[in-house]
Design a protein around this ligand. Structure first.
Ligand code: F6P
Length: 358
């Protein structure tokens, strides 16, 4: 029998996942490994094990496709995290069952493509004796252990496109247009998308805003003859005198969303200007990956296959200084990379007259 490695995609999907799977399949073939793609995240590891073989043929043509051809979930038996910083323990029996499934199928190493929560699970599997390799994934780009994750560029492109569209309708109607984007703890998508799409205001979790400053910025624009404004609001943004808008999901996880509508209502009430809110939602997570995400995904996939063959278990692929390398998974979990209010990016935005509502 050929030597085997397994792979699964876990957590929220993201453009570029299929490029990773294709990269793993093609690189593994060269290294003489067969690849089993376990279905629907870690759930595919439950007995008897559900998977499909990922090879040259089954991964042909998948790179431009969004999502993941082997399915994913951020629910189920293996959830090791329900909110930022929270860690729960995956039941020992569930891990033991997964270990047996992998060993029965002759799988020597398991590649886990996921975000912070999935890496927390990976660490627990590794501690229980399953050879794990992590591939970082999140559109939020908020993992400290890697300078970049695939999916982020595609999300930013979606935000930029939405702002371009909102721009023309905003100018025609002389309105304030709010665009709520993803980013629960980190404002990277809002910051990059806002700059690229020519937003006039960007509200992010790292810089609590004040409604007085928000309204003042819109008034200033009016004084200078600009009678419309584009405002990007990250879902985790919050007023210094208030709270983030969030609710607890069915599985106990924190879910954000709704701050855009609150900001729109407040601006309308205080300025008397016509204001509309668009929530971009999962449009920024679906669809084809950008060129950058296809390349990054391919590089991450190839690196993960090589790490599996070389026995670098307990490690996660990491992108640093334009090179793909690896770091211990243990060093990667629970370390979010947030936007620094003093950073050059924020300063650049301020220099082109973008307000942060502070
Ligand atoms: O972490 C990725 C992310 O897209 C967040 O930006 C967003 O808050 C969340 O997932 C949405 O999750 P779900 O698809 O479960 O609604």
């Amino acid at each position: 029998m050929k030597r085997r490695i397994g792979v699964l995609t876990s957590g929220g999907d993201c453009p570029g996942l299929n490029a990773v799977l294709r990269g793993i399949a093609l690189a593994a073939e060269k290294l003489n490994f067969e690849v089993l793609g376990f279905l629907d995240g870690f759930e595919g590891l439950l007995p008897p094990g559900t998977f499909r073989v990922l090879d040259r043929r089954s991964t042909s043509g998948i790179m431009p496709r969004g999502g993941t051809i082997i399915g994913t979930t951020n629910r189920g038996h293996f959830v090791a995290k329900v909110g930022a910083g929270d860690r729960t323990v995956v039941a020992a029996q569930v891990i033991e069952d997964a270990r047996k499934v992998l060993s029965n199928h002759g799988v020597e190493a398991l590649i886990i493509v996921g975000g912070d929560g999935s890496m927390t699970t990976a660490l627990q599997l590794q501690e229980a004796g399953i050879n794990c390799i992590g591939v970082p994934k999140t559109i939020d780009n908020d993992l400290e252990a890697t300078a970049m994750t695939f999916g982020f560029d595609s999300a930013v492109a979606a935000v930029t496109d939405a702002l371009d569209r909102l721009h023309t309708t905003a100018t025609s109607h002389k309105r304030v247009m709010i665009l709520e984007v993803m980013g629960r703890h980190a404002g990277w998508i809002a910051l990059h998308g806002g700059i690229a799409g020519g937003a006039h205001m960007i509200l992010i979790p790292e810089i609590p805003f004040s409604y007085d400053a928000v309204v003042e910025a819109i008034r200033m624009r009016e004084e200078r003859g600009s009678v419309y404004s584009l405002v990007v609001v990250a879902e985790g943004a919050w007023p210094a005198e208030g709270q983030p808008v969030m609710r607890h999901g069915d599985a106990g996880e924190d879910r954000f969303g709704g701050i855009g509508g609150v900001v729109a209502a407040e601006i309308a009430a205080r300025t008397g200007k016509e204001t509309r809110c668009t929530v971009l939602g999962h449009l920024q997570r679906g669809g084809p990956p950008t060129t950058l995400d296809r390349i990054l995904g391919t590089r991450f996939g190839v690196q993960a296959a090589k790490m599996a063959a070389a026995g670098h278990f307990g490690s996660m692929v990491s992108y640093q200084n334009y090179q793909v390398q690896h770091v211990p998974i243990a060093d990667a979990v629970n370390r979010l990379r947030l936007v620094s209010p003093e950073s050059q990016m924020v300063q650049t935005a301020r220099d082109v007259e973008i307000s942060f509502g502070d």
